[in-house]
Design a binder for this molecule. Structure first.
Ligand code: GLY
Length: 327
């Protein structure tokens, strides 16, 4: 008994009084970054985006509260955002130059570092679920175009006509882009890609990202979202990341893997690593942002744009939904 009390005392003395207790689960989501400023976002947009983020948090929270996996949680959250036309993913995705929707997505399980990705899918309602099927049901990591949709059909995933994804607002944005011809990168300077990262009750992390890419994209252009290590990455030894922004720069910087590597090898916090890598991406010319969770319970976001649609929740923690840089 005396020995037990001595050991207990030593243990208590070795833990600082203010040591952070790891929350049971965490969840962070984003709905895109860019020139998101108070005087540019209409009240209707603000209400719609807020409701979408809220619903996605609800879906992920439900999974995590019930003891479900981080992979299930990020897929559930992203599916909600894919169905919401306020975001550039699934229904509401931006148009290609030819007036179609080509969808990219990825998912990664930090427990096993298994990953699945899809680029240029055109008929699968939920690209994130297709990415998950690639991760779990096939020998490959990345599928593209018609073959990806064929794989989805063979695995029983819901198919829709490509016109299901289009909206009048996205059509207008394509027409504006075509008439301007100058700023091909993004007509609205908003990258409405969606993503989610989570840590579950077992301390496993996962990440998922989904996007329509860039308005007016051509030649089968693929951004960072489905590139494992650029727009999406998860590793239980470090963190889970989902990015949004000007994909070409995120690919060149290897943003998601770079953040995980800094945490793993330099011992940086998630916030330190994300801020450093976003600054480096900006130096290359790339704008956008990232969300991060770590297996130790950290939640972070970082963006080099005026705003980012973002939200977070954790077991016993406060729910936050934020849009602007100063929020
Ligand atoms: N970040 C999304 C894209 O560039 O496609």
């Amino acid at each position: 008994m005396r020995l037990f009390l001595l050991l207990l005392g030593a243990l208590l003395m070795s833990s600082p009084a203010n040591a952070q207790v790891r929350p049971k689960w965490t969840l962070v989501i984003h709905g895109g970054a860019g020139i998101i400023e108070r005087d540019r976002v209409t009240p209707e947009q603000e209400t719609g985006v807020r409701a979408g983020l809220q619903a996605a948090l609800d879906a992920g929270t439900k999974v995590l509260e019930a003891g479900g996996s981080a992979v299930d949680a990020v897929e559930a959250a992203v599916k909600i955002l894919e169905d919401d036309p306020h975001f550039n993913a699934g229904r509401g995705a931006v148009f290609t130059w030819d007036g179609k929707n080509e969808l990219d997505s990825a998912i990664m399980d930090g427990r096993t570092r298994a990953a699945g990705a899809v680029a240029g899918s055109t008929t699968t309602r939920h690209p994130v679920s297709l990415a998950r099927a690639v991760m779990e049901a096939g020998p490959h990591v990345m599928l593209s175009g018609a073959g990806a949709d064929q794989f989805a059909r063979e695995h029983g995933l819901e198919q829709v006509d490509n016109s299901f994804f289009g909206t009048p607002e996205r059509r207008r944005q394509l027409e504006v882009l075509k008439s301007q011809q100058s700023n091909w990168f993004d007509v609205d300077l908003k990258y409405g890609t969606v993503g989610a990262v989570a840590m579950d009750m077992h301390g496993n992390v996962a990440a998922a990202t989904s996007t329509g890419g860039l308005t007016g994209k051509r030649w089968g252009r693929i951004g960072d979202s489905p590139i494992i290590g650029a727009g999406t990455y998860a590793d239980n030894r470090a963190c889970a990341i989902s990015a949004t922004g000007a994909g070409e720069f995120f690919i060149r910087e290897g943003v998601a893997h770079e953040i995980c590597a800094r945490i793993r090898f330099k011992g940086e916090t998630a916030k330190q690593a994300a801020d450093t890598v976003m600054a480096e991406t900006k130096a290359l010319g790339g704008s956008g942002g990232v969300i991060v969770v770590s297996p130790t319970g950290e939640m972070a976001w970082s963006f080099n744009t005026p705003g980012m649609y973002r939200a977070k929740a954790s077991a016993g923690g406060e729910r936050v939904i934020a849009f602007y840089g100063e929020d």
